[in-house]
Ligand binder design. Sequence first.
Ligand SMILES: *Cc1c(COP(=O)(O)O)cnc(C)c1O
Length: 442
Amino acid sequence: MHLYGTQSVNEKGHLVIGGVDSIELVNTYQTPLIVYDIELFRKRARAFKETFQAEGIQAEVAYASKAFSSIAIYEVAKEEGLSLDVVSGGELYTAVQAGFPRERIHFHGNNKSFEELTYAFSEEIGCIVIDNFLEIDLIQQIAYERKQEMNVLIRVTPGVEASTHDYITTGQEDSKFGFDLKNGQTDDAFYQLHNDPYVKVLGMHCHIGSQIFETTAFRYAAEALMEKMIAWREQYDFICPVLNLGGGFGIRYTEEDTPLAPEKYVEEMARVVLSMTREYQYPMPEIWIEPGRSLVGDAGTTLYKVGSMKEVPNTRTYVAVDGGMSDNIRPALYDAEYTAVTANKMTEPQHTIVTLAGKCCESGDKLIEQASIAEPEQGDIIATFCTGAYSYSMASNYNRLPRPAVVFVENGDHQLAIRRETYEDLTRLDVPFQTVKRGDRV
Ligand SMILES: *Cc1c(COP(=O)(O)O)cnc(C)c1O
């Protein structure tokens, strides 16, 4: 069995996270419960930052917070000197509530509304990553009306698409995000923006995929953007102060996953940019990156309680837990794989193969097809590892299940980060039906 971060096993045979017995956490906060190992989050954040420092490169490491958005995690990100990516007015509002430094907030999205963009101006955030031509118009309109400057990056699709182990290079990319780098769209966008008295182009941005395990695709992307920067210097005498290469660094969900250490991706990007700037005598830009999954993914563990079990003879045994696709839709949405253990029986053999099922009314609500756990009993606590990214942030109230609580652990302490939803929370937005008596209508 593979443990993550600060996880260990205590003398009671219980899984311990951040120095706290997981069974005590369950007794205090109930289940399902998402537990974040904050020391591991900090360690990952520092590894990225220190790699840039070691290379002597000015950098911003922006937490791509759609992976897990809450006031408390934004506060930890602030403590670690991270920047923050938000992708909606709601995430920006959460950052404002957390008192996150505005100049380190970057706003992404392929269809930002006029209201969202106006909100970003009024909060004087650090940078808007422009995605499309409508957004150029909206931003110029808002900037002129407010007589307010705004830094922007131009999001481009460099014709490199990466998945876990592979990448493809294409002349044009079929993506809903950004300006195509090769068919002239990116140049048109730059041309519309570069003499604007209010809108300040810092450079380009790209994000080539997610859960990527190799560095080649990042190298190609960095080269493609650097080439365009060099072309703009020739054509417009313009120097980009920033090069943003996005996120997508892979993590280990199961033993089949063999990601590189996060720093390795950064080293490769740095190598390309350093060598090209030297070759073309281009001023070294700041490099910005945007890790989401690789900051929070393996820092998160979900604790569930075992309820009913069902044996299908000669086929499988279903073990149902008290959560499911409502708190982690990734297995149902894209066959994502996880590993689990029985957190209260860590010193017993964990060799019983079962299908870990959720409690939602969908046959597809299975968390793990083949989980290897201790001989299951009702009341056992199952820990599913690596649930820190894109699980709570995608949680729903399907079947009107209250969303779970989220707790942070570090150095033997625990604290609530998001409280468990109550039944009252579930009907908070409901408006009772107004019955209109016959004849009352006017
Ligand atoms: C989602 C996203 C990220 C983070 O991706 P991860 O795979 O979680 O690292 C970074 N940048 C942009 C623009 C994104 O949309």
